[in-house]
Design a protein around this ligand. Structure first.
Ligand code: FDA
Length: 412
């Protein structure tokens, strides 16, 4: 039996970071992961360049960029470890990076730089702390008794007074995602918010989608929304047609909010007063076809798709009644779609839902009814927008927990 101050299960973004924070405070940490490769999700993230945080994150309004039954839960951790803190760390490690669209920060070279940085942070430095990593190593069982948490693994038994669950959630099973964290939460009596895939492409019924299947590969900026009134959520981003449905940042973002059985509305010409523009064009370019006119606002393949097969809309613009032009402008401005599902966890970047935040301390991530048991990162019911928000949650929750863990000897 080997003893440590803390055992962290899951050496992904949150687990690696938390282990490093604890080791630098002098703690001895055991970090266990069942996957062959270290932090594979970081490696493949951001197209291989890891979108590691977002400058637009404002911890005072977490509900703007985070979803969960209690979107305010993440406020404290996000305020105590901010994007600026992580950017400082990245700078100290000399990692070249750049800002892209909407505050998103990426490595110039490779996501490997972030992994190497997290591993270096695990060295413990002058504090005397350390991180021992068992990987690949499967966890067979977790028990809790008088001596704390006992973890039965392929490498034998390990024991610690504190156990951190950082095993992520269900997205991308082929690189090691499991429901381990959810099962462990249940084992210790914590509640779960029903998980579902988030940041995921949406699919449509084959027959209904047939007219659009030929548009696969086409991308354009749109406004996509779900819900109405105060419950309306909208994103102004790029949409991508796929063979089975829709993807691209606009769809990935809205997918985290979309509820099965409800429609989506897509404005294919956002910011354009399309009815006025078409009526004006009718007077000035009367012999033109409507599809030609629409190419001012959308790719020609899509413009063709809106008029194809409609005898009235295939006439020269001058011969199309105003009523039909108005109706077309309305349909383009509010294209109502009914997805039949999503591409699922196979393609989802995140899992929405997870360990119920009512059962965790927002200061430390410790279970309220189970001393010494912590949950951090994606396993918790906190889901960020696309754009570096999910990694920032992994760092911030890992930091909150890493700061709260105590040394078994000194109670530090
Ligand atoms: P993470 O999944 O990183 O780590 C969990 C670890 O636990 C894994 O190493 C796994 O092997 C291990 N594990 C699981 N079950 C286990 C078990 N039973 N026993 C032992 N170990 C176990 N976010 C962002 O902010 N910017 C971005 O650019 C991207 N890009 C991106 C691309 C793709 C393709 C995906 C799938 C996801 C993203 N994300 C992202 C999301 C981001 O990767 C995600 O939110 C974090 O990795 C979550 O960090 P965690 O540490 O919680 O889980």
């Amino acid at each position: 039996m080997q003893r440590f101050d803390a055992i962290v299960i899951g050496a992904g973004a949150a687990g690696l970071f938390c282990a490093g924070v604890a080791a630098q405070r002098g703690l001895s940490v055991l970090l266990i992961d069942h996957a062959e490769k270290l932090a594979e999700k970081i490696r493949i993230s951001g197209g291989g360049r890891c979108n590691f945080t977002n400058r637009e994150l404002d911890p005072s309004t977490p509900q703007r960029h985070f979803i969960g039954q209690n979107p305010h839960f993440c406020r404290s951790a996000l305020a105590r470890y901010t994007p600026a803190d992580f950017i400082d760390l990245v700078r100290r490690h000399g990692i070249a990076h750049h800002e892209k669209h909407k505050g998103q920060l990426f490595c110039d070279r490779s996501a490997e730089d972030i992994i190497a940085m997290l591993v270096a942070e695990c060295s413990g430095g002058a504090s005397g702390g350390s991180v021992v990593r068992w990987q690949p190593c499967a966890v067979k069982a977790v028990r809790h008794g008088d001596a704390g948490y006992e973890v039965d693994t392929d490498n034998g038994l390990a024991q610690a007074p504190q156990l951190v669950v950082a095993t992520g959630a269900l997205s991308i099973p082929k690189i090691g995602a499991t429901d381990f964290g959810f099962r462990l939460a249940r084992q210790f009596g914590l509640r779960l918010v029903e998980p579902r895939p988030g940041l995921v492409p949406l699919t449509f019924d084959g027959t209904a989608w047939a007219p659009f299947a030929g548009l696969a590969g086409l991308a354009l900026p749109v406004e996509v929304s779900t819900g109405s009134g105060k419950a309306k959520t909208a994103f102004l981003e790029d949409l991508l047609f796929t063979h089975r449905g829709l993807s691209g940042p606009a769809i990935l973002q809205i997918s985290s909010y979309w509820k099965e059985g409800t429609p989506l509305a897509v404005d294919l010409a956002p910011g354009v007063k399309l009815a006025d523009a078409l009526l004006h064009a009718k007077q000035t370019a009367s012999r033109k076809k409507i599809a030609n006119e629409l190419t001012a606002w959308m790719p020609s393949r899509l413009a063709d798709a809106w008029s194809a097969g409609d005898a009235v809309l295939e006439r020269p613009l001058a011969d199309i009644p105003d009523k039909s032009l108005n109706a077309l402008a309305q349909r383009i401005g509010r294209w109502e779609l009914n997805p039949n599902g999503s591409e699922g966890y196979r393609k989802a970047e995140v899992t929405v839902g997870g360990v119920d935040t009512r059962d965790l301390s927002s200061q430390t991530m410790e279970a309220r009814q189970q001393a010494g048991l912590f949950f951090i990162g994606e396993v918790v019911d906190v889901t960020g927008w696309l754009g570096g928000y999910n990694f920032q949650w992994a760092w911030a929750s890992g930091f909150a927990c890493g700061q709260a863990l105590q040394s078994a000897d000194t109670g530090l």
